[in-house]
Design a binder for this molecule. Structure first.
Ligand SMILES: CC(=O)N[C@@H]([C@@H](O)[C@H](O)[C@H](O)CO)[C@@H](O)CC(=O)C(=O)O
Length: 218
């Protein structure tokens, strides 16, 4: 089966630079309708570098692909021996729980909806990858530490503050452009403007969210 050429080169490049692994997102223009179609696609992408660890990056709100993560994992360890886990950026926690439950001992199930991390930890998430960790990582480390020592009151307090911040930001149009501006403001790093079609964030919006952040996390 043939693979779009750029994917061939991207995977080859990852192998050439000895990347620790790759995460593969579903195609979103011609969408796979079934888990089998998506698994076949993942296998073809990684066939260029068959020993490199590979993660399935499940992010239905971006791809628009309506296939359960758990269904994609079915039998994937036989199809892709280097399969290493899933980065799950969906809000369907039952599906996430089923991914964790099916997970093989050497896999990682990483959760990516930052405002629901605590629930995912309770379901056995092995780690987290998310955009807001770029500027709120220390608070999330505290959340995870509190969860690990069984202090659910503290873990919830941090999660609720985070939810309040995201819901505040969403009312002001939180998107990638806003998120990038928050990274700049809160990390102090100069990251430049976003690339089209993402639009830059209005300074008044970023300022308002930054103020909210400081009021929640003084
Ligand atoms: C749909 C989306 O962008 N999800 C984010 C979240 O971190 C999200 O921004 C956060 O939970 C706030 O809603 C990440 O899962 C995506 C992500 O980590 C990435 O693509 O780098």
């Amino acid at each position: 089966m043939s693979l779009p050429l750029f994917l061939h080169f991207q995977t080859r490049h990852a192998a050439d630079i000895r990347a620790d692994g790759i995460a593969i997102i579903s195609p979103s223009f011609f969408k796979p309708r079934t888990a089998e179609m998506l698994r076949t696609y993942l296998r073809e992408v990684i066939s260029v570098a068959p020993t490199m660890p590979v993660y399935y990056y499940h992010i239905p709100s971006v791809t628009g692909v309506d296939v359960l993560g758990r269904d994609v994992l079915e039998g994937i360890e036989e199809l892709i021996p280097s399969f290493s886990g899933v980065k799950f950026s969906g809000s369907d926690l039952m599906d996430f729980g089923q991914c964790v439950s099916y997970s093989q001992p050497h896999w990682s199930c990483l959760y990516g909806v930052d405002e629901q991390l605590l629930a995912a930890l309770a379901l056995g998430a092995h780690g987290a990858v998310g955009s807001t960790y770029n500027y709120m990582g220390s608070h999330f480390n505290e959340l995870m530490a509190a969860f690990e020592r069984g202090d659910l009151v503290q873990a919830r307090t941090i999660q609720f503050k985070m939810q309040e911040l995201i819901s505040y930001a969403k009312k002001l149009g939180f998107d990638l452009g806003v998120n990038k501006q928050l990274m700049i403001e809160l990390s102090g790093l100069s990251l430049g403007p976003p690339r089209l079609p993402v639009m830059p964030c209005a300074p008044s919006v970023a300022l308002s969210i930054v103020q909210k952040y400081h009021s929640l996390f003084p």
